[in-house]
Design a protein around this ligand. Structure first.
Ligand code: FEO
Length: 402
């Protein structure tokens, strides 16, 4: 039987030749509920060029898609826009199989790929602003350091106004469709936001600068082809606008209350704080870390003004699930958050203070001393929790215009 995998034409000279990972559910700690794709693209120019590759187990799928439109041995150039292994895992084997004339990457990419794969192949470094002739077509390059790694770059196919954007503007979404206009816009928005929150949020300041550089370069885009998820051909202004909003962390009157509880005492406190926030006119997400995933908390924090965190004290420490989420958020560095800590304890009560310290590490503006109680909160403590919620609501309303 002939190989079932086919290339998908996305423009006059460019084909999608990537792979669909329908069943991946964990991407280094980020729950990918809808799977993912690893997008590679084949440019059928005079110099046939493969743009990125795929995760190692998907090499045969990619090569079969390439073979449906071109002989892989005819590939002249391979370009690696990003060294992370979901886009380079099979690069050494593909170089061996294809024997391209040249392999290009960014200056940092050349260093990183050597360190990952210890390649014998010469890698030709491209600098910001370099151009590469493919004969009848031209690529230009823009360094995009830390979007998502120091090696990352954009490649722009001038004649087709097509941007190969590697991780930028992507999403983890395995689906039958290859273009944004074929997918439910609500799913696109949710998955692009979840991807931004869990992968790109730490680099928000750099993304703001990058968007300004892209605007200043005066490039037009008929298509943006990321390395994950659908190709953008309809709502290009929309995804650019949303990236600007997310990078600026445009705030809403919204609070996220995250907690872990042993015998429901900390949970009672969380519910009372939530009631205070709700009656103060704030949109609230109450998330037990026994039930919710860290990547959903990151998503909710993308536009929240406050983060309130509670934990029971277990053996002089936070509950393990709370240490997990706080460590994760410390890495993602959500900016411009207000917050507070709370929790119930039996005899020592270290957890709320530990939460305060961790919130301080990612610069949360703490609005109150830790609120804690021994064992089960009584009506007095629950009233204090409610008042804490009302107080945070008032601060949010002062800070965030409706
Ligand atoms: Fe899709 Fe940073 O790799």
């Amino acid at each position: 039987m002939a190989e079932p995998f086919k290339a998908v034409k996305i423009s006059d000279h460019v084909y999608w030749v990537g792979a669909i990972d329908w069943n991946i559910r964990d991407f280094h700690g980020y729950m990918t509920k809808r799977g993912s794709t690893y997008n590679a693209y084949l440019v059928l120019a005079d110099k046939i060029t493969l743009m990125d590759t795929v995760r190692a187990p998907f090499r045969e799928e990619m090569l079969a898609r390439i073979a449906s439109v071109a002989n892989p041995a005819d590939i002249h150039y391979i370009i690696s826009n990003h060294s992370e292994m979901d886009h380079t895992g099979c690069l050494p084997e593909v170089i061996d199989a294809v024997k391209p004339e040249k392999v290009f990457t960014s200056v940092m990419g050349a260093k990183t790929l050597k360190e990952i794969f210890h390649l014998n192949q010469d890698l030709i470094p491209l600098k910001d602003g370099d151009h590469l002739s493919l004969g009848n077509m031209t690529l230009s390059f823009m360094e995009t350091r830390m979007l998502h790694w120091p090696d990352s770059m954009f490649s722009y196919l001038v004649e087709e106004q097509l941007l190969f954007a590697q991780d930028a503007f992507g999403m983890h979404l395995a689906c039958s469709q290859r273009f944004d206009d074929e997918v439910d816009p609500a799913i696109l928005r949710y998955e692009a936001a979840t991807y931004f929150a869990n992968i790109l949020m730490p680099y928000s300041a750099l993304i703001t600068k990058l968007l300004a550089r892209v605007a200043a370069a005066g490039l037009s885009f008929k298509m943006i082809a990321p390395d994950h998820g659908p190709v953008w051909r309809r709502d290009i202004p929309g995804i650019l606008d949303r990236y600007a909003e997310w990078a600026d962390r445009k705030l809403f009157r919204k609070a996220v209350v995250v907690y872990g509880t042993m015998w429901h005492s900390t949970e009672k406190m969380a519910l009372a704080i939530t009631e205070g926030l709700l009656t103060g006119g704030i949109d609230v997400r109450l998330m037990s870390m026994d039930e919710c995933h860290r990547s959903d908390v990151a998503y909710e924090l993308l536009d929240a003004a406050a983060l309130v965190v509670g934990s029971s004290t277990l053996n002089n420490n936070l509950l393990p699930g709370m240490a997990d989420i706080l460590t994760y958020l410390k890495g993602l560095k959500p900016r411009n958050l207000m917050g507070a800590a709370f929790g119930s304890y039996g005899w020592s009560g270290e957890a709320p203070r530990q939460i305060q310290e961790m919130l301080t590490e990612f610069k949360v503006d703490l609005l109150a001393a830790p609120l804690q109680t021994r064992h089960v909160p009584d009506q007095v403590v629950l009233a204090q929790c409610y008042d804490l919620g009302r107080g945070i609501a008032e601060k949010i309303r002062q800070k965030v215009k409706p």
